[in-house]
Design a protein around this ligand. Sequence first.
Ligand code: ADP
Length: 191
Amino acid sequence: MLNIVIFGAPGSGKGTQSDKIAERYGLQHVSTGEILREEIASSTDLGKLADSYMSKGELVPDCVVIEMLEELIARNKGAKGFIFDGFPRTVPQGEALNQLLQRHDETVTIVVSLEVEDEELVDRLLKRGAISGRADDNRKTIESRLRVYYRQTAPLKDFYRSKDLLKEITGIGSVESIFESIVKEIDKVIV
Ligand code: ADP
């Protein structure tokens, strides 16, 4: 199996690149943010809980997303591999992902980190908010998401660097050129 984690701040382009990676390598795209937004749209209990965090730009509790992931992996046993987009977002989630995969005799193959400076991130998210109307793409929530990213998510970079899995890629440029850089790194680890 090919298990890719795509990592980066909000607005770094994880979702866009994940779709392309999933298509190129035939992987199952797992976006915890998308799953949670669907739960919110269907007004499920999980959705109501998630919304109370997401609307403030905070993370949904680890135990909730970990359980969601556990079910998803179990349901997709036959997959060629996964691209994890927006998960893990904390070190405990990173540890849980390792354990989950281990249970299926699998590991994380590579972690791609998209590097984009804050100013550009805020710009992109404000633009996206204006077009898509995504509830959390407003200035106040964006600032909180960035703070949460640096405090809770960025430490995962050292976690994966120490396992020699981290590949940092510049997330500035055209979608195609960034995708090419990612593909180069992935192809190095699968051949
Ligand atoms: P972005 O990376 O632009 O913030 P996402 O769709 O990945 O977009 O995430 C949107 C929101 O969903 C996050 O701010 C957070 O509240 C929640 N969320 C998504 N994934 C996780 C996760 N793995 N753990 C906790 N909360 C999450």
